[in-house]
Design a protein around this ligand. Sequence first.
Ligand code: HEM
Length: 126
Amino acid sequence: MELHKSITRENLRHLMTVFYEKAMEDEELGPFFINELGDDIKDEDWVHHIDLLADFWLSELLGESTYYGNFIGAHIKLPRIKKEIFATWLKLFSTAADDVYVPELAITFKKKGVRLSKEFMRNRLV
Ligand code: HEM
């Protein structure tokens, strides 16, 4: 598939789908998502989650007022997330960004991913 040169809600949904398909397959990272949302990415809970995350990234990267979720609350209820699992998150997220966007845009996602996952680790989530 051709790499995207701009960010749209539609291609953000695609990024999220590519990322979560890989995340679900990972032995350590997968169960966090499967326990909350099930193992079928076509299910209603997943569709909702992917929509929510597309809104989250629209607001993070384009400054659109699309995300009014509960970022902290969603993670605080999860079992303890080890540092290594964040590394896996980041690796899979970065690979997904490279698969979906041109390099100039993929780097923006990767930088933001690094920043947000570091912020997570600082704020108790490990
Ligand atoms: C290993 C690290 C992570 C794990 C295991 C994880 C897991 C999860 C799970 C299971 C949910 C769904 C909770 C639910 O709907 O009940 C969720 C929600 C979410 N995650 Fe993560 N997450 C991780 C890292 C991150 C990072 C680094 C970001 C930001 C770039 C992020 C952004 C979000 C957002 C925006 C939501 C939606 C929160 C809401 O309900 O408004 N997550 N996460």
